[in-house]
Design a binder for this molecule. Structure first.
Ligand SMILES: [Zn+2]
Length: 169
């Protein structure tokens, strides 16, 4: 951490500025008092570490993500099927479904279930299932800000444990 020479604030971006004739290392706000000669980003390593940690946490939190069907599955199926030169009844046969199922999926009259989605994914080489955050944790942590700590993880693990206990899972 580096402190601003003027206000003493901890900053991640330091501005080398000439203020009233002397070279000072100041924060963005204080740099407006003088002439900035160079800008140095500090703590970038630290930030990277945080990001890496965040990725690890995401991985370990995988179970808090749930599978959900992509919104435009109908178009994806239709386009991929046509690309492969398959007719609706042909795709139906391969997937072991009725032709009406494919028809209704492509016109979005039928909701795609996870099992069929997986099947169609491998037949058509498309992605129909997405991971989305489980609502249980959505409001408690923000994985995007990269500010998760080991403490957060332990806290989450504790909660998970408690959840599993109560549900007998
Ligand atoms: Zn300052």
């Amino acid at each position: 951490m580096t402190n601003c020479d003027m206000c003493g604030k901890n900053v991640e971006e330091i501005f080398e500025s000439i203020i009233e004739g002397s070279m000072l290392k100041v924060c963005n706000a204080c740099s407006s008092y003088g002439k900035v000669v160079s800008v140095k980003k500090i703590n970038t390593e630290n930030k990277k570490e945080k990001l890496k940690l965040s990725e690890q946490l995401k991985k370990s939190l995988n179970e808090t993500y749930i599978d959900s069907i992509v919104v435009d599955y109908n178009n994806i199926i239709k386009e991929a099927r046509e690309k492969k030169g398959l007719k609706q009844d042909e795709l139906a046969k391969i997937a072991g479904e009725r032709e009406s199922v494919i028809q209704n999926l492509e016109s979005k009259k039928l909701e795609l279930n996870l099992g069929l989605a997986r099947k169609l994914e491998s037949i058509l080489s498309v992605i129909l299932v997405e991971k989305s955050e489980n609502r249980l944790y959505e409001n408690k942590i923000n994985l995007k800000d990269g500010a998760l700590t080991i403490g957060d993880l332990l806290d989450i693990k504790k909660k998970e444990h408690a959840n599993k206990k109560t549900t007998g899972y």
